[in-house]
Design a protein around this ligand. Structure first.
Ligand code: UFG
Length: 342
């Protein structure tokens, strides 16, 4: 089993492509599996262009057990990072079965195929959404999870539990769940970045598309929250920093440095940033004015969530490094490249 080889499911997508780049930079061989349901080949081509490596790509739906099994038989890897999942919170409320079917079945297939083929290490893409409206801030990994308010959030909790229980029962497996806060920004090369289909649901792509003239006006969802400036607080983590956290997680398992066979880490900056602060910073660092207005609160938004990152800092030896200024510059550079803006 090649310990320095990693299957990246969903590797054509936003977080997956950035992670593939950092894995390759750290000396890993990478195989990307993706069905391109919410991405296209530009992510894979970007990874190849940045790294100069002709990364293998397999167009496969992780829910298609037979096709997925072929990939497990064909490639010699020992670790999987599982990104492939649907991620639109609102859509998951409207069509929960789409989320339960895709997000659960693909992960169940991964765990079962790992077991069947004698492979060892699983990193699961979890989310700060598991904390809901937390009782204590910042949240630590020991902060209680709250009942999910969307099918999307529920699949994150359920997959964490599937991984926890599988690792407990099958000595062959090790697992790490990484709970991402709000990933933003793009690779400094501007060759890969976030490419949402349709109207962006997340703040930063909406900002960059508004700046590019694709959207008319950004709506700031609520200015009457109990926060210093009335807008929600989040922990915005740079995408390259987030990608590097995955390398640290894989290193930890490959090098047998993990303390438990199943571990959870928050991946954030530890800093709470309001929507207004984010918008103002974007305007300042990119020297432009954004068209925005205050709109009513968005259903389902928590007031505030940010990470205590002590565990990831101490155990993974990982720290968020890029400043918010750099990250928001990179987000704009990426949008400009996508829109052919000079
Ligand atoms: N926001 C706006 N206008 C927009 C979009 C967002 O004001 O057009 C605000 C939101 O109200 C929120 C903040 O910007 O206060 C961040 O919103 P995002 O949609 O970018 O991110 P969320 O914090 O809602 O959600 C993110 C991920 C989810 C994940 C969640 C966990 O997108 O997948 O974090 O906390 F579940």
């Amino acid at each position: 089993m090649n310990k320095k080889s990693v299957l990246v499911s969903g590797g054509a997508g936003y977080i997956g492509s950035h992670t593939a780049v950092e894995l390759i930079a750290a000396g890993y061989d990478v195989v990307i599996a993706d069905n391109l349901s919410n991405s296209d080949m530009s992510g894979v081509e970007g990874v190849r262009a940045i790294t100069g490596v002709d990364v293998p790509f397999v167009n496969v739906d992780c829910c298609d057990r037979e096709a997925f099994a072929e990939l497990f038989a064909k490639y010699d890897f020992d670790s999987v990072i599982h990104f492939a999942a649907f991620k639109a919170v609102g859509e998951s409320v409207a069509d929960p079965m789409k989320y339960y079917h895709n997000n659960l079945l693909s992960f169940i297939n991964i765990v079962e195929l790992m077991l069947a083929s004698g492979k060892h290490n699983i990193v699961f893409s979890s989310s700060a959404t598991v904390y809901g409206e937390a009782d204590e801030l910042p949240v630590t990994e020991a902060t209680e999870r709250k009942p999910a308010t969307s099918a999307y959030g529920n699949t994150k909790q359920m997959c964490e539990d599937i991984l926890r229980d599988s690792v407990a029962a099958y000595p062959q497996l090790k697992g790490i769940a990484l709970r991402y806060f709000n990933p933003i920004g793009a690779h400094p090369s501007a060759l890969i970045g976030e490419l949402p289909r349709g109207v962006p649901q997340n703040l930063v792509p909406y900002i960059t598309q508004t700046a590019a003239g694709v959207r008319e006006c950004l709506s700031i969802f609520g200015d009457d929250y109990p926060t210093p400036d009335g807008s929600c607080l989040r922990d915005y983590i740079d995408i390259v920093d987030l990608a590097k956290a995955h390398v640290a997680a894989i290193d930890r398992m490959v090098e047998d440095k993990n303390k438990e066979r199943y571990e959870i880490f928050n991946v954030g900056t530890g800093r709470a940033v309001s929507v207004f602060e984010l918008v103002n910073t974007f305007e300042r660092v990119n020297n432009l004015k954004l068209n925005y207005k205050v709109a009513p609160r968005r259903a389902g938004d928590v007031v505030a969530v940010w990470a205590d990152t002590t565990l990831a800092n101490n155990e993974l030896g990982w720290h968020a490094e890029r400043s918010l200024d750099e990250t928001l510059k990179s987000a704009w550079e990426w949008e400009k490249r996508v829109r052919n803006i000079k």
